[in-house]
Every structure is written in structure tokens, then in C-alpha cells.
Design a protein around this ligand. Structure first.
Ligand code: OMP
Length: 213
């Protein structure tokens, strides 16, 4: 695990974004941990989060033309990433987002901000089973753009339909990389090193044995 990944996990735990307990996921699975990106809910927290996303993106070397934040949770994440790229990496890049409901007045349509053209980098919170990201791909393909990749905060490293992880299936099906700031393996390493949090390790390991790859 890299230093910034450890810092990111510590930050997420301190903010209550990464929690341990019993949670029902969108996929119906019952998980002993949950990552709620909505709890990066202050200006400073969002700014710091944006810097983590931007660092992971720059490290990945993915080439892209526009950042896209899928409604709703992806919107502030893409915005924060765009700000951090401009302020900390000298990269002033276009960014946009979608509405869930198309607007029939004013500028109309369901896309706001920079047009989706060329290579689109999707910014989102978490991928578990990959359902949400597949819906986003339809929006991008519908605009005739190509997806350059996906940037997420946490890769839960869960099984998809077969032997691959849901993320590996997304990478295979859409021929694009998925990059995360941290993964479940990093979270497990963090838990093992932390005297207070170690007590959660066995439940998270058991979950990974059941649903992980
Ligand atoms: P999939 O569509 O199954 O990939 O689930 C991704 C979505 O689940 C995310 O965009 C979140 O809305 C939600 N989620 C979290 O936010 N944090 C988690 O730790 C787990 C989930 C989840 O429900 O799987």
C-alpha cells in the first residue's frame, strides 16, 4: 500500500465515510463495511478528496479529454477532481455531468457542462457489482463518445457474474481501465495494522471469502 492510500483510508475512517457494522448493499449483499462518499461533507474534506482522486488519476497515466460525473454522487467528485487537477497538477480540463431527469426548457437535455466528446473519464464513488457503471456507459455511448476509463475512490474487489471481479468484467466488456484510490486489500492491510480497528478484520475477511475474488 502506498502512503497516499494509507492516508486516504485514515481520512475516510476519520470522516465516518468508511464504517464497519452491518450494511445492505445495492446488490442485496450484507456487508460488514460501507463507504459513504456523501460524508465528505465539508469544503476542506471535499478539497482533500479531490486531491486524492487527482493523484490516483495522474499516477494511472490514463489519457482523456473530459471528466464526467454521473448523477448524483459522481457530480461533486468530478468537480473536486477537476479543481484539484487544475490547482495541483497544472491541468485545466473540461468537465461535465448529467441530470437524472432530462430538462425540457432552458438549455434542455440531460447533460450539463462540457460536452461528452472524445475520451471520457468517468469519476464515481464505488463499484461493487458494476450495475451503476454500466448505466453510465450507455450515456457515453449514446453521445458517440468513447470511455477512457473509470476513476473511483474504493474498489470493493467483489465477484461479478463469473470468476472475474465486477471491475475486471467492466474492464473487459468496455476495454477500459478502472482505477481506484484504494481497494479492499488496502483496507484489510490497514485494519491489520491498527490496534483499535483490528477487531473488524475477521468479519471483513469472511465477507471477502464469500463475495470477493
Ligand atoms: P454497483 O452498482 O453494485 O457497482 O454499486 C455501486 C453503488 O453502490 C455505488 O455507486 C454506491 O451508490 C453504492 N455503494 C456505496 O456507496 N458504498 C459501498 O460501500 C457499497 C455500495 C453498494 O451498495 O454496493
Amino acid at each position: 500500500m502506498q502512503t497516499y492510500q494509507r492516508e486516504f483510508i485514515r481520512f475516510a475512517i476519520e470522516r465516518g465515510v468508511l464504517r464497519f457494522g452491518e450494511f445492505t448493499l445495492k446488490s442485496g449483499r450484507t456487508s460488514p463495511y460501507f463507504f459513504n462518499a456523501g460524508l465528505f461533507d465539508s469544503g476542506l474534506a471535499l478539497a482533500r478528496l479531490g486531491r486524492f482522486y487527482a493523484s490516483a488519476l495522474v499516477d494511472s497515466g490514463i489519457a482523456f479529454d473530459v471528466l464526467f460525473g454521473p448523477a448524483y454522487k459522481g457530480i461533486p467528485l468530478a468537480a473536486a477532481t477537476a479543481v484539484a487537477l487544475a490547482e495541483h497538477h497544472g491541468l485545466d480540463l473540461p468537465w461535465g455531468f448529467n441530470r437524472k431527469e432530462a430538462k425540457d426548457h432552458g438549455e434542455g437535455g440531460s447533460l450539463v457542462g462540457a460536452p461528452l466528446s472524445g475520451r471520457v473519464l468517468i469519476v464515481d464513488d464505488v463499484i461493487t457489482a458494476g450495475t451503476a457503471i454500466r448505466e453510465v456507459m450507455q450515456i457515453i455511448q449514446g453521445q458517440g463518445a468513447q470511455a477512457a476509463g473509470v476513476l473511483i475512490a474504493l474498489n470493493r474487489q467483489e465477484r461479478g457474474q463469473g470468476v472475474l471481479s465486477a471491475i475486471q468484467e467492466v474492464e473487459r466488456d468496455f476495454a477500459m481501465p478502472v482505477v481506484s484510490i484504494a481497494s479492499l486489500s488496502d483496507v484489510l492491510e490497514y485494519l491489520a495494522e491498527d490496534a483499535q480497528l483490528k477487531r473488524h478484520l475477521s468479519a471483513v475477511e469472511a465477507y471477502r471469502a464469500q463475495y470477493g475474488i
